[in-house]
Ligand binder design. Structure first.
Ligand code: ANZ
Length: 857
């Protein structure tokens, strides 16, 4: 029987603001989302969102990322896991410092004021963090452990100083890592980056290049493929050979790296990087004229960005140094040129030029009239037997000529022959395919001592020192006699001095150098006066291991307790933007491997699963304050309420796709939440009713969602779960209004399922529904309701069970039931058991899904 339903407007209205405030207070008071301690026996999940920079206001990109983080964290709690979901701030760094300088404020005050604002927004968002674990990387209790890490790496030779040309941002007046240079411009401020020779601190990430590359394979399927590919390209391993060349009139050989040692007979000149030490040395040993031309050329090259130098179809420029190298394989004299398409810090900064088979070399040869020699017949098939090569009386192969190949002559066509084929004009290599010739050439070079197999990487060592104030001070001391020694452990943390009275404005040297008193220290060995290191660390050091510090953020005795690392790490789900696909993730992977080698942890990859969300766009472009197209996070919640923002984001589309904020409807989301809440309001039954008696059509919808949602969440199909929830809310509404009515147990069951699943997306509304339905808080901690398998079956059939030829029972079973399952159900059926008594079954015939026939003794 159903009673007429009053119109919604006449009743209690849905008040998202009041609900939001009420539950935020309750959560704050009860702190229900703290991770369980050691006595907690549930399985564990570590869910982590990439922590924010407090450089300014949060925008919808943050709202998106942290909504997803919360969905995942809440989901695993419902699934019975002890979830660790912490939050902290990446609070050192240039953005904070520059903003502070612009406003004439202390970076410290400015940073912590921003953090307070962020915390407020996250509380308002209803994020289920373990608030007891907040960390800020700019706190001495955090950066003290950066200093520990640095010194450990220094001990192992993994932190070192060297002088080399570095990327210099003339605007920020600081060095940048290669990773921080985007298309020749500063990643932070957009200024054009120049090269400057400086002595800096580096972390030796290149020692880990192979492991960083090879271990990506184990992440396949758990990280987005695109990110793995970007990491592979960044590391950029090339396999080939090093070949040593004598230089006429010079002691000591010059080594080149080549991926094509098979083409050694085709080398007709050598090219070296103009900005290399070798070029300067060879030019200096040449005529005055050459020296002058070389200096002019070098001046131009130094103004050219590395990106431009690598553009393949640029007109080729260069200077002949009037010196010669000797090809170790055939004694040919190769003229040596300096040209900017060869980079000083790749391979050995020198190449053997093979214009027949390398396009850049060919362009160069054609520009300067240098010889071109073809050594691979790219018209010859590479499969099948090695062609027979005829030899003359001296045993030299007779070149039979190949008119087809002559037509392809690169000197005329201008197109290098880069494909596979058979070696020609190459002595002992003749007739071999490229692959075999490479192997043979390496064997011969090794045997003669003129070369060896080699690998080279695009990856460079990580330049970690910065000439800025707002970072971790480098814990090293420069002694008067030129030694560089660690700050003794009992003096750590080495804290930053007060910013008051310091000139923080960028000027090329670290502002800490100007903190006269702070700079003075003593040589720990001799007690003589000594100086501190004025540089600070790149903030990517801070974020390379912070996930471990969350395990005990206030521990004053160690970076993280081993026990806690064993319990929680690595991170099970790491969620954040694809803009961190290279830098941050590569550094975190590197430091994890270093910590493994130091015996501090027993895993080698920090993040077992990675979820990258797409961007939130406004008017088609990325939200950015400078472009004036920013929707601020805090402001976005004012009108629709936090839950509507979260639901709208989750519903906006697949996680990895970009979201156009103009297309996102928070009004629609709010209406949906009001409908969901109204369902709870309308339910008239008491908790703990017997489900089995209610409307089965509604029960099917409920149980199908209970069954499907876990898989959908694990595949990050959050939008599909929201859509299915909407469907369930509608079905429940219909049952209340026109079906079994508000007292029907199936309606209550549906309402409870809605509250529990809605908790992933709209936790305030979900908690309110749960309370209205007569339960104690918190729905956020309620175990997932198990779906009833019998309700998941679309079609069911009636099976008969016979005993000795007589029908003794019937069973409602799924149409696709297996014979084993059917037999098991029949054996367990009460009527069957009763009529069997203690007779023994001697024969069973099953014809699924219709018949089970038992024969007894
Ligand atoms: C001879 C040769 C013949 C080459 C041929 C290629 C094709 P990847 O694959 O990017 O590692 N090279 C070596 N050092 C260089 C440098 N510092 N600056 C610019 N180019 C450099 O490229 C390796 C190839 O790039 C090497 O193999 C070398 O040219 C060139 F038919 O050696 B090759």
């Amino acid at each position: 029987m159903s009673t007429p339903v009053e119109s919604a407007a006449a009743r209690n209205p849905f008040d998202p603001y009041a609900i939001q405030q009420k539950w935020q207070e309750r959560w704050e008071a009860a702190d229900p989302f703290r991770a369980g301690g050691e006595s907690d026996t549930r399985p564990r999940k570590y869910v982590l969102g990439m922590f924010p920079y407090p450089s300014g206001d949060l925008h919808m990109g943050h709202a998106e990322s942290y909504a997803y983080v919360d969905i995942v964290a809440r989901f695993w709690r419902h699934r019975g896991y002890n979830v660790l979901n912490p939050i902290g701030w990446d609070s050192f760094g240039l953005p904070a410092e520059n903003a502070a300088i612009q406003r004439g404020a202390d970076p410290r005050e400015w940073t912590y004021a921003n953090i307070a604002q962020h915390k407020k927004s996250f509380r308002e968002y209803g994020s289920s963090y373990d608030w007891s674990r907040i960390l800020h990387t700019s706190d001495p209790e955090y950066y003290r452990w950066n200093q520990w890490l640095f010194q450990k790496m220094f001990e192992r030779g993994l932190a070192y100083r060297k002088e080399s040309p570095v990327n210099w941002c003339p605007n920020d007046q600081t060095v940048l890592a290669n990773e921080q240079v985007v298309d020749g411009h500063c990643e932070r401020c957009g200024a054009e980056v120049i090269k400057k020779k400086l002595t800096q601190w580096y972390f030796k990430i290149t020692d880990y290049a192979d492991r960083l590359l090879d271990d990506l394979n184990q992440l396949e399927g758990f990280w987005p493929h695109k990110v793995l590919q970007m990491q592979r390209n960044w590391i950029g391993r090339s396999i080939g050979a090093d070949v040593d060349f004598e230089i006429e009139g010079r002691d000591g050989k010059v080594t080149v790296f080549t991926t094509r040692p098979d083409t050694l007979h085709g080398a007709t000149f050598m090219v070296i990087a103009p900005d290399s030490d070798l070029a300067a040395e060879l030019a200096a040993g040449s005529s005055d004229d050459v020296q002058a031309r070389f200096q002019d050329y070098l001046a131009t090259v130094q103004k050219t960005s590395e990106i431009d130098r690598q553009i393949t179809d640029r007109p080729k420029t260069g200077v002949f140094l009037e010196r010669y190298a000797v090809n170790p394989i055939n004694g040919d004299r190769l003229p040596i040129w300096a040209a900017d398409y060869v980079l000083a810090d790749y391979g050995h900064g020198a190449v053997m030029a093979v214009p027949g088979h390398d396009q850049r070399d060919l362009d160069f040869a054609r520009a300067f009239g240098l010889p071109v020699r073809v050594v691979v017949d790219t018209t010859a098939p590479v499969t099948g037997a090695i062609p027979v090569i005829e030899l003359d009386e001296q045993g030299v192969p007779i070149d039979p000529g190949n008119p087809q190949l002559d037509e392809l002559d690169p000197a005329t066509t201008g197109i290098a022959l880069t494909g596979d084929g058979r070696m020609v004009n190459s002595g002992s290599l003749d007739g071999l395919s490229k692959r075999n010739a490479i192997a043979r050439a390496i064997e011969e070079l090794t045997a003669s001592g003129n070369g060896r197999a080699s690998k080279t990487y695009r990856l460079r060592d990580w330049l970690i020192s910065r000439q800025r104030f707002w970072g971790t001070p480098i814990p090293m001391i420069h002694t008067e006699d030129g030694r560089i020694v660690p700050v003794p452990e009992d003096q750590l943390p080495l804290t930053l001095p007060d910013a008051q009275g310091l000139d923080l404005a960028p000027k090329g040297t670290s502002p800490l150098g100007g903190a006269t008193e702070w700079m003075q220290t003593v040589d720990p060995e001799t007690g003589e006066p000594a100086l501190r290191d004025p540089d600070t660390m790149d903030t990517f050091v801070d974020s390379s291991w912070y996930f471990l510090r969350f395990l005990a953020p206030h521990d004053a005795t160690e970076a993280f307790p081993r026990r806690e690392a064993d319990r929680w790490a690595p991170v099970d789900s790491y969620i954040g933007g694809v803009e961190h696909a290279i830098l941050h993730l590569l550094y975190a992977r590197f430091i994890t491997k270093v910590l493994f080698d130091l015996g501090e942890i027993d895993f080698t990859e920090p993040f077992s699963n990675l979820i990258n969300q797409g961007m939130v766009l406004l008017g088609g472009s990325k939200m950015s304050k400078s472009k004036g197209n920013l929707v601020e996070f805090a402001a976005s919640m004012v009108d629709p309420g936090a839950d509507a923002v979260r639901v709208a984001i989750a519903f906006a589309g697949p996680v990895e796709d970009d979201i156009e904020w103009e297309d996102v409807s928070t009004t629609g989301a709010q209406k949906f939440l009001a409908r969901a809440w109204r369902v709870a309001e309308d339910v008239t039954s008491a908790p703990d009713v017997v489900w089995a008696e209610g409307d089965t059509a509604l029960r099917r919808v409920t149980h199908r969602l209970l069954a499907d949602a876990p898989g959908l969440v694990e595949q990050t199909k959050f939008n599909v779960v929201v859509a299915r929830l909407m469907e369930l809310v509608n079905a429940t509404r219909k049952a209340i209004d026109t079906g079994a009515g508000p007292a029907d147990p199936a309606v209550r069951e549906a309402a409870e399922a809605i509250a529990m699943i809605l908790d992933l997306f709209a936790p305030h509304t979900a908690e309110e529904m749960w309370e209205i339905l007569g339960y104690e808080p918190f729905v956020g901690l309620v175990p997932w309701r198990q779906a009833d398998p019998t309700l998941l079956v679309e079609e069911s059939v009636t099976a008969v069970v016979q005993i000795d030829g007589k029908v003794r029972s019937t069973l409602e079973v799924p149409a696709r039931i297996s014979p084993d399952e059917l037999e098991a159900l029949a054996r367990a059926d009460e009527k069957v058991l009763r009529s069997l008594g203690d007779r023994e079954i001697v024969r069973v015939v099953v014809r699924a899904p219709k018949v089970v026939s038992f024969t007894t003794a």
